[in-house]
Design a binder for this molecule. Structure first.
Ligand code: SF4
Ligand code: SF4
Length: 127
């Protein structure tokens, strides 16, 4: 009987308090500052040095030919561990960790990102 006496006030409290969960995706819990979400490339800053590809512990970065003088990094977010090593070590500050964390997709291609050709005049002669 004493247990019921303890449970009843708790039950009343729960009935009139707002839910602990959110109605995702209509609303969501904001991420904390410095959250490490999707890493993105700032293409104009990238020198194509390839350090990020060598440094990535998850092999989530591959340097790809974009038709410019130097290759640029492409990301496989299915492999990424969101460790931020690539962003920390890039000497040109060309990789930024964003708060984006909605990365689910229906295929592996949906979680890959590769830089596009930067302009027709930079395309290789044989393309
Ligand atoms: S993102 Fe940074 S580390 Fe990676 S290739 Fe570009 S300049 Fe080099
Ligand atoms: S955040 Fe970490 S795992 Fe993801 S691409 Fe950068 S170095 Fe690789």
């Amino acid at each position: 009987m004493r247990k019921v006496g303890r449970i009843f006030p708790e039950l009343i409290k729960c009935l009139f308090s707002s839910p602990a969960t959110v109605d995702f995706p209509k609303s969501e819990v904001p991420v904390p500052p410095d959250y490490r979400g999707k890493p993105v490339l700032i293409q104009e800053k990238c020198t194509g040095c390839g350090l990020c590809e060598r440094d990535c512990p998850a092999a989530a970065i591959e340097m790809v030919d974009v038709g410019a003088k130097r290759p640029k990094p492409a990301f496989d977010y299915a492999r990424c561990a969101f460790c931020a090593q690539c962003a920390e070590n890039c000497r040109s500050d060309a990789i930024e960790m964003t708060a984006e964390h909605h990365l689910a997709a229906f295929s592996r291609d949906g979680v890959r990102w590769a830089p596009q050709y930067e302009g027709a005049k930079e395309k290789p002669a044989n393309s």
